[in-house]
Design a protein around this ligand. Structure first.
Ligand SMILES: C[S@@+](CC[C@H](N)C(=O)[O-])C[C@H]1O[C@@H](n2cnc3c(N)ncnc32)[C@H](O)[C@@H]1O
Ligand code: SF4
Length: 415
């Protein structure tokens, strides 16, 4: 990487962090989810339960309890029915967690309800390796189009340090579970994490080779994200990071998947699939359901209640807060989420966001072009290999900052 690339890399990360702090200062009491002005949105549902917690994970979750979960799913379905009454429609559904398949029957009822109420054409879910048993997955045939399963690593030592060995089994056991599950639903993605402290190139290559041998339709490689919430826990179980090899690891990953189709900066497929890969990436507006879910509607970020009791008792309107953004920051956010899929169609972007990107983001684009992170061809902005790494870093920074926002609301629960 050149000197100017390193400079821009550090500068954009600092700028993104600064923008987060600035934008999340002015918190307002959440209004209601307004009647939609457009026809169709992306729907996000949050399932905040896991049997135990992993050391690195800052997602919003509670320890699973059957009774608690049943009550939760019931309240969730009420919130969904209310959106139908408000006039919303959705074409895509992303279910995230937590562990979304933690209670298969309740999830089944919820997905069936969504399909019956809205024009949903594709559903993606996340799971852990304990909830991918073939007989359970078959229940979701025709409902779930893509299932991503968190594996994180096939290295027993890393699995122990992330507290996953005890829950999900050794590398050998994980391979058996995955072999039985892959092929039941149309798209199966294996999620891996790279850049664990003390990880070396050989460890990473081994993880990639094992994942490849299992032949899933998709492999996603996330860089380890350390937020305020998880930093200490990660350092406690892994020790301090002596040398950060993130860029070298990312290059290794890109070389390894040369023969694959790259869906976005961190996801690779055997064939290019048309499903939405990151829920923020293709849909500039989405509506979140469930405790701790975010919605992005009419240039506002809306926040649902985190605390389960509060979420259930709130009735029709589950919002506890909202944040407004300046037009320029929204354009920057949309630019980040679109270019993350490797290229951006200039005319479509201008039409979608009623802007002239070359004028509105002229400085940002000049810097990215000058440092060869991005180039223009056939009315598209296209990322270079270094550019893909830059946007992995920025997306990582974005998620880490969202963890801080979640931590803020969780602290409100604790006090
Ligand atoms: C919300 S988790 C749910 C997955 C499922 N509960 C599991 O653990 O298998 C979705 C994925 O995000 C990724 N992830 C979670 N925390 C991360 C972190 N701190 N850094 C990088 N990736 C992370 C993991 O690959 C994980 O599988
Ligand atoms: S990684 Fe998955 S299983 Fe582990 S705590 Fe996070 S959501 Fe739960």
């Amino acid at each position: 990487m050149t000197f100017s690339q390193k400079l821009i890399l550090n500068g954009t990360q600092t700028f993104l962090n600064y923008k987060f702090k600035q934008n999340f200062k002015a918190i307002k009491k959440g209004d209601t989810k307004k009647l939609p002005s457009k026809k169709s949105y992306m729907m996000y549902i949050h399932i905040p339960f896991c049997h135990t917690f992993c050391t690195y994970c800052g997602f919003h979750k509670y320890i699973y309890d059957e009774l608690l979960a049943k009550k939760y799913f019931q309240a969730l379905r009420e919130e969904i029915k209310n959106a139908k009454e408000l006039g919303f429609d959705f074409d895509t559904l992303y279910v995230g967690g937590g562990t979304t398949l933690v209670n298969e029957n309740e999830l089944l009822k919820t997905l069936e309800l969504c399909k019956s109420l809205f024009s949903i054409k594709e559903i993606s879910c996340e799971s852990d390796p304990n909830h991918i048993k073939p007989d359970k997955l078959r229940l979701f045939n025709g409902l779930i189009d893509r299932l991503s399963c968190g594996v994180q690593s096939f290295d027993d030592e890393f699995l122990k340090k992330t507290a996953r060995y005890q829950k999900f089994g050794s590398s050998k056991e994980l391979i058996k579970k995955l072999e039985a599950a892959i092929g039941i639903l149309p798209i199966f993605s294996i999620d891996l994490i790279f850049n664990f402290p003390a990880q070396n190139e050989k460890d990473l290559l081994k993880d990639l080779q094992i994942a490849q041998k299992l032949n899933p339709t998709q492999i996603t490689t996330y860089p380890l994200m350390k937020s305020k919430l998880t930093k200490k826990l990660i350092a406690k179980s892994f020790g301090k990071d002596l040398v950060d090899k993130e860029f070298e690891f990312y290059k290794l990953i890109q070389d390894f998947f040369k023969a694959y189709q790259q869906n976005n900066c961190w996801s690779f497929s055997l064939e290019k699939n048309s499903l939405s890969d990151e829920y923020v990436s293709y849909h500039n507006e989405y509506v979140g359901f469930g405790s701790g879910a975010f919605s992005f509607l009419d240039n506002k970020l809306l926040v649902n209640a985190f605390d389960l009791n509060e979420y259930e008792s709130l009735g029709e309107n589950k919002l506890i807060a909202e944040f407004d953004f300046k037009r320029k920051d929204i354009l920057r956010y949309n630019f980040l989420s679109k270019i993350f899929s490797l290229e951006l169609d200039i005319d479509k972007f201008n039409e979608n966001f009623t802007c002239d990107i070359k004028k509105d983001l002229s400085l940002e684009l000049a810097l990215l072009k000058f440092s060869s992170f991005l180039f223009e061809r056939d009315k598209k902005f296209i990322l270079s290999d270094e550019g893909k790494y830059l946007f992995v870093l920025l997306m990582k920074e974005f998620y880490t900052n969202m963890d801080t926002v979640r931590a803020f609301f969780k602290e409100r629960i604790l006090h």
